[in-house]
Design a binder for this molecule. Structure first.
Ligand SMILES: *[C@@H]1O[C@H](CO)[C@@H](O)[C@H](O)[C@H]1NC(C)=O
Ligand SMILES: *[C@@H]1O[C@H](CO)[C@@H](O)[C@H](O)[C@H]1NC(C)=O
Ligand SMILES: *[C@@H]1O[C@H](CO)[C@@H](O)[C@H](O)[C@H]1NC(C)=O
Ligand SMILES: *[C@@H]1O[C@H](CO)[C@@H](O)[C@H](O)[C@H]1NC(C)=O
Ligand SMILES: *[C@@H]1O[C@H](CO)[C@@H](O)[C@H](O)[C@H]1NC(C)=O
Ligand SMILES: *[C@@H]1O[C@H](CO)[C@@H](O)[C@H](O)[C@H]1NC(C)=O
Ligand SMILES: *[C@@H]1O[C@H](CO)[C@@H](O)[C@H](O)[C@H]1NC(C)=O
Ligand SMILES: *[C@@H]1O[C@H](CO)[C@@H](O)[C@H](O)[C@H]1NC(C)=O
Ligand SMILES: *[C@@H]1O[C@H](CO)[C@@H](O)[C@H](O)[C@H]1NC(C)=O
Ligand SMILES: *[C@@H]1O[C@H](CO)[C@@H](O)[C@H](O)[C@H]1NC(C)=O
Length: 721
């Protein structure tokens, strides 16, 4: 087995393929760059998996913001998070606790010789999301989160009580969410203080306060994806704000969330600033990203209007802590920003999806009334994190379709744009060498009812006078999009480099192009987006001479998997040589087995019993559609996918096999809606690319992946031919 792997790696390395799955999976993955207070240097973390040792390693580095030079700070993996206290002092979470198994510690260290400091606090559980400010008295007030019991005690998995039976008992939905069965514990934000001692050391004083548990049913951050952007601590250290799902409405069929405000010292129970009676009239949806202004007087946050629509437009609000008044900013702006920072007490920067990119925009609070349109600061990449590093400059971390990580200096003057790229992964990582901006293009085509945008990703060594089979990639959501950003799952460049031209369209339902395109998919899962995809395919056939549509393939996950299943029973299905469905829906009525009921009830405009005709309208499993199934189809579905349970994939595979359609079922018992384990990801890529390559003819290309690259044996009990 080992020798076989070695041979396949050697073959890949000597081929002309720029980005192989191994290279994608084993390239360094880096965090945002967090600048020091004076803006001269930034700290970031990296992790990397090795297919030689089959282990991951992680380390912290410093980025010099003048030269772009990178130096390693430490490879001590006990250092899990770092916060700057000053240019020369760092506070960090140490993942080991000397006294409490399963606990953690806060340590303080100088920058030089890091980590070489002292323990400032013992934490009784595993904590993350550290945020810290220095108060007027010189003490440090911090917040971080952990799992909690309802009585407020932090939950420590290593010390928790266990029961002799494995039974789980529920009196309310959800029962499970994403990949986890709900338990009696939940996320909670805790606050604490490190007192400055006479010897200028910091030492924990007064213990931790649980700021969430006193509110019955509250939880923050919100799982599975919530993190430290779900809460904030004011610059003066006096206040904490956090987001929680509304505890007063059923959670599984509403998106409603409130922003809570609470004194850092926990002297009072947190109160919602935008709960019933205090939110602007008619605003009942999800709220998130609370951020205090530098003077600690104003709290900015986003909120959606509808109480069951997770893809409604986010609007920026500001709450005055003194007057308790709420104001809305840039209300007519047809974008849905999802990150924000104040740069001074009068100006907010927001990050938003924007026509297939992730751009930053400037919002001067006083001017952002009426139909104000924010000015764009960045253009065309995907900014995922940003910090102010001087009066007129931001430090921006992001990615593109050709590079997993970049750090730019961006001017706060919209006319100046990006000032300098300090570093970009495709220029420093051998795994990504050969990638560059020349790998990508864009098209706009006339769709079903409006113009549609698509990214085009070219293979390594692309020659416009040759032809390459089309790989048509369909995104999930359906309210989502293909962006000019990097992904370690469904990375279009990896598909392209097998020898395809990848086209990644953003049809009806996609986000980042305004509400109308996003919202039009309600009750229209199989109509407008399908017609958009047909029009896109025809556009490619008629206008991109280097694309071989006759040998094209299509693949998608989640809603993209639904669409591939829909295509299998439609005319467009006959135009592809092979299809791949990853964790997609198949049987219309099975949708009720999902966990986030608000999603289906908004998509199909009613409950399962009131609006069943809407649920059934676009049913890929309808008999007349099944009778048309004919294109070789790989079905992937994972056991821990509780969003779309594994029965969906099994149902599809049963039908394909009974209909005699060439098909294969790939299952990972330990993966959820996504495949994230490195070794599983390698097999996923071998099977997906191997399947597509087999039927498109790309398998003939030197170095292309084949199904035989996978060492896991295939179960086949078909009768002998
Ligand atoms: C950055 O690194 C280069 C090459 O190692 C070196 O020549 C240069 O002096 C470094 N610059 C700074 C400011 O450290
Ligand atoms: C963390 O520190 C402890 C004590 O020094 C050490 O035993 C352990 O191996 C370290 N853990 C990691 C992941 O480095
Ligand atoms: C982490 O904490 C453990 C236990 O106190 C200690 O032995 C170890 O040296 C610490 N490591 C770092 C990097 O702070
Ligand atoms: C809170 O509940 C947990 C689990 O039942 C228990 O272990 C812990 O001792 C309780 N804490 C307090 C302060 O009662
Ligand atoms: C707790 O913090 C609040 C808000 O800053 C303050 O008004 C109150 O006096 C503090 N209480 C104690 C006991 O320190
Ligand atoms: C959500 O479920 C509750 C019962 O748990 C029900 O009363 C309510 O009408 C439902 N809300 C929506 C929006 O369907
Ligand atoms: C940056 O802005 C602050 C506040 O407006 C001002 O006091 C300071 O002089 C400015 N610094 C520079 C280098 O312009
Ligand atoms: C493609 O063909 C055109 C016309 O013959 C020629 O001008 C162009 O250089 C060719 N491109 C490449 C990359 O060879
Ligand atoms: C748009 O899609 C609808 C639903 O499939 C179809 O009835 C209509 O003909 C399409 N319109 C155009 C212009 O393609
Ligand atoms: C959704 O349902 C409501 C209430 O039944 C109805 O008024 C509305 O027209 C429906 N909207 C769509 C897009 O079907």
């Amino acid at each position: 087995m080992g020798a076989f792997r070695w041979l396949s790696l050697a073959a890949a390395a000597s081929s002309a393929l720029a980005l192989t799955p191994e290279q994608l999976i084993s390239a360094p993955r880096r965090s945002e760059a967090i600048p020091n207070p004076s803006g001269s240097v930034a700290v970031f973390s990296s992790s990397q998996y090795s297919f030689d040792t089959h282990e991951s390693s992680s380390w912290w580095s410093l980025l010099d913001l003048r030269s772009g030079n990178i130096t390693v700070l430490t490879d001590d993996s006990n250092v899990s998070e770092i916060v700057w206290l000053s240019d020369s002092t760092l506070l960090y979470i140490n993942g080991t606790n000397a006294q409490i198994p399963g606990g953690s510690e806060l340590w303080v260290s100088g920058l030089s010789g890091f980590p070489s400091g002292y323990k400032a606090a013992s934490l009784p559980a595993s904590f993350s999301g550290l945020k810290a400010v220095t108060t007027e008295s010189g003490d440090i007030n911090f917040v971080a989160y952990a799992q909690s019991y309802r009585n407020g005690t932090a939950y420590n998995a290593e010390l928790a009580a266990t029961y002799l039976s494995s039974a789980r008992i529920y009196d309310s939905i959800y029962v499970r969410h994403w990949d986890t069965y709900l338990t009696t514990t939940f996320n909670a934000v805790f606050s604490g203080t490190l007192k400055k001692t006479q010897h200028s050391r910091y030492l924990a004083a007064g213990g931790l306060k649980n700021l969430v548990a006193p509110v019955p049913n509250a939880e923050s951050p919100y799982p599975p994806f919530g993190g430290s952007s779900d809460y904030d601590i004011s610059a003066d250290g006096k206040w904490v704000a956090y987001k929680s799902k509304a505890p007063d409405v059923p959670q599984a069929n509403h998106t409603t969330a409130y922003i809570y405000l609470v004194p850092h010292n926990g002297s009072e129970t947190a109160v919602p600033i935008n709960g019933p009676g205090s939110a602007p009239e008619g605003i009942e949806g999800d709220s998130n990203s609370p951020v205090f202004s530098p003077n600690s007087k104003i709290l900015a946050y986003f909120q959606m209007e509808e109480k069951t629509y997770e893809s409604d437009r986010r609007v920026l609000y500001i709450y005055d802590l003194e007057s308790q008044e709420i104001g809305a900013l840039a209300t007519e702006w047809d974008r849905s920003p999802d990150s924000l920072k104040w740069i001074d007490d009068k100006t907010i920067i927001v990050g938003s999806e924007d026509e297939g990119s992730g751009n930053l925009f400037l919002i001067p609070v006083q001017e952002a009334t009426g139909d104000f349109t924010p000015s764009k600061l960045t253009d065309g990449k995907y900014a995922s994190a940003f910090y102010q590093v001087s009066n007129n400059t931001l430090l921006v971390t992001g990615s593109t379709l050709y590079s997993s990580w970049y750090v730019d200096l961006v001017s706060l003057n919209p006319e100046r744009g990006t000032l300098k790229t300090l570093v970009s992964a495709h220029e420093i990582d051998p795994e990504l060498s050969g990638n560059g901006p020349e790998d990508i293009g864009e098209i706009w085509f006339e769709g079903n009812w409006t113009d549609i945008h698509a990214w085009v990703i070219y293979p390594e060594g692309f020659d416009e006078n040759k032809t390459y089979p089309l790989a048509y990639l369909i995104h999930g959501g359906p309210q989502g999009a293909w962006y000019n950003s990097w992904s370690s799952r469904w990375n279009p460049k990896v598909f392209a480099d097998q020898g395809y031209v990848v086209v990644a369209p953003n049809p009806t339902g996609s986000t980042g192009y305004g509400d109308e395109l996003t919202d039009a998919i309600q009750n229209n899962w199989g109509s407008y987006p399908y017609e958009d995809l047909v029009k896109g395919w025809q556009y490619i056939r008629d206008n991109l001479p280097y694309v071989d549509t006759a040998n094209g393939v299509a693949a998608g996950a989640s809603y993209g998997g639904f669409m591939v299943n829909w295509i299998q029973g439609s005319d467009l299905g006959r135009e592809f040589k092979a299809l791949v469905t990853h964790d997609g829906t198949f049987v219309a009525d099975a949708k009720i087995s999902t966990e986030e009921l608000w999603f289906m009830e908004r998509e199909f405009n009613g409950t399962f019993w009131e609006a069943r005709e809407n649920y059934r309208r676009w049913d890929p499993s309808a008999p007349e559609r099944i009778l048309r199934f004919d294109t070789p189809h790989l079905v992937i579905h994972n056991d821990l996918d509780y969003r779309l349970p594994v029965a969906e994939g099994l149902s599809l595979f049963n039908v394909l096999q009974e209909r005699g359609v060439p098909s294969r079922f790939l299952n990972f018992p330990d993966e959820n809606h996504w495949v994230t384990n490195h070794e599983n990801s390698l097999v996923w890529h071998q099977q997906v690319l191997g399947w597509l390559n087999k039927y498109s003819g790309v398998a003939e290309n030197e170095g292309a992946i084949t199904l035989e690259d996978t060492v896991v044996p295939v179960v086949d009990i078909n009768p002998p031919a």
